[in-house]
Structure formats: structure tokens, C-alpha cells
Design a protein. Structure first.
Length: 255
């Protein structure tokens, strides 16, 4: 009777150890212990390609102020029209130029302890897209000469985004495979064929999609080695990171 009880306790102890081992095993690898293939290793990978942008989009504005509303409106319209005429003379189409915001507000004087209108102010925002990066500095300078007196933002884009993203995808796949091989080696198995591969989390904010209105074949090379002319704005776009992410599953080949 004592022998049976001891055997029972031993069996329970072994079962508990096996359950604990199962509960703490990595979830990225699952093998049955049989020869051949079994579903098995899942990993994720990321690839990054750094690119010098070659296209830009700028948002700037014409700000005017004066004693009466009509004078301010006329002045703002005059400067705004002069900027737009200049941009069109540089080859920008109507699709590349858009008016974002237009607003007029009274300007108050509180120095006497009461609210007194002392004049008016008006601002018109203009967004210009399809700008070759090599021309951006000159466009800014000439726009200021023609009436622009405030710059809100400059955004950069990559015209060959799809090709560069494909490079990042390949790097992401290599990264996921390398992780799977490391897990397999640590687990004493080998990876087999890919069973599932998925792309996720793509960020296309750097992709240039506006039809390349002003794009020339030389613009990318010019962006790589751009030098500002004397007196023009020095533009330093740096590099954009194009990232790709994948998840992959591999069969597991038992020894």
C-alpha cells in the first residue's frame, strides 16, 4: 500500500513539472516532438531605408494690417494675387496651389481700460505642392519678395517611394527570418518553409503622389547634392526613414 502511494505521488510530481514546463515555454515556437514538420515559429521583422527627399510642399501666408477693413482686404488680396501670379509663372498649375485659410479680425486697443478697435488684420494661407527640392530655396525667396511674410511649414516627400519601400520590405523579411533561425537554433530544431507572411503598419506619409507636375529626372540627383545660390534660403531636408514591417510563420523541421 505504501509502495502504491509513493508511486502515485511520484506520478503527480512528474505531471506538475510537465505542466509547468509547458506553461513557461516561448509562444513563438511549438513542436510536438515527432519527426517531420510541425507548425512552429512565428516572428516579426522591420526594415528601414533612409532616403534624401526630392520633392516638397510648403504652406505660407500673406499677413496684412491697417486702420480700416477695406484697406486691409485690398492690400492682402493684392499681395496674395501677386504671389499666385509668380507661382504660376514658375510653372505651378492650379492643382498645385490652394488657399487654405482666409480670415480678418479686428485689432483692439486696451490701453485706456476699455476695448477700442484700432484697426484690422487679415491673413491668407497658401499651400504649394509639387516643388522640386532643388528649387525650394529660390521659390521661398521669390515668394517673400512678392508678398509672403509668414511661413507655417515645409513637408518633404520621396518621388520613388514605392521602390524604396520595396527595399525596406526585403530588409523586414530578412530580419524576421534571422529571428526565426535564432529561435530554431536555440530550440534545437530547424526552420522549414514559410507558411504565412503578412505586411502591416505601413506609413506612406513620405510618399509623393501628386502627379509629378514639376518633376524632372534630374531632381533626385539635385536633391542629393543641393547647394543654395548666394542670398537664397539654405534648405537642409535631412533624410526620411521609410519603414516596413512584416510578420512571418515558418514550419519547424525536427532533427
Amino acid at each position: 500500500m505504501r509502495t502504491k502511494k509513493t508511486a502515485l505521488l511520484t506520478g503527480l510530481f512528474i505531471s506538475a513539472v510537465m505542466l509547468t514546463a509547458c506553461s513557461t515555454s516561448p509562444q513563438t515556437i511549438s513542436v510536438s516532438g515527432q519527426s517531420g514538420y510541425d507548425s512552429g515559429i512565428s516572428t516579426s521583422g522591420e526594415g528601414t531605408v533612409k532616403v534624401v527627399p526630392d520633392m516638397a510642399e510648403i504652406t505660407f501666408s500673406v499677413y496684412s494690417e491697417g486702420a480700416d477693413a477695406k484697406t486691409v482686404k485690398d492690400k492682402n488680396s493684392e499681395d496674395n494675387n501677386r504671389v499666385i501670379d509668380f507661382l504660376k509663372s514658375e510653372g505651378f498649375s492650379d492643382e498645385s496651389i490652394s488657399t487654405l485659410n482666409l480670415g480678418m479680425n479686428p485689432v483692439y486697443d486696451y490701453s485706456s481700460g476699455s476695448q477700442i478697435v484700432k484697426g484690422y488684420e487679415m491673413e491668407t494661407e497658401i499651400k504649394v505642392s509639387d516643388i522640386e527640392l532643388s528649387k525650394l530655396g529660390d521659390i521661398i525667396d521669390a515668394s517673400v519678395d512678392n508678398g509672403i511674410n509668414s511661413i507655417q511649414s515645409i513637408d518633404y516627400f520621396v518621388s520613388d517611394y514605392d521602390a524604396r519601400y520595396s527595399e525596406a520590405l526585403k530588409l523586414a523579411v530578412d530580419d524576421a527570418r534571422a529571428k526565426a533561425e535564432t529561435l530554431a537554433e536555440a530550440g534545437g530544431v530547424e526552420i522549414g518553409d514559410v507558411t504565412v507572411i503578412s505586411e502591416y503598419g505601413a506609413d506612406t506619409s513620405a510618399k509623393y503622389v501628386n502627379g509629378l507636375t514639376n518633376y524632372s529626372a534630374k531632381s533626385a540627383a539635385a536633391a542629393e547634392d543641393m547647394s543654395a545660390a548666394p542670398g537664397s534660403a539654405m534648405i537642409m531636408p535631412g533624410q526620411l526613414e521609410i519603414k516596413a514591417n512584416v510578420s512571418m510563420s515558418f514550419e519547424v523541421k525536427m532533427p
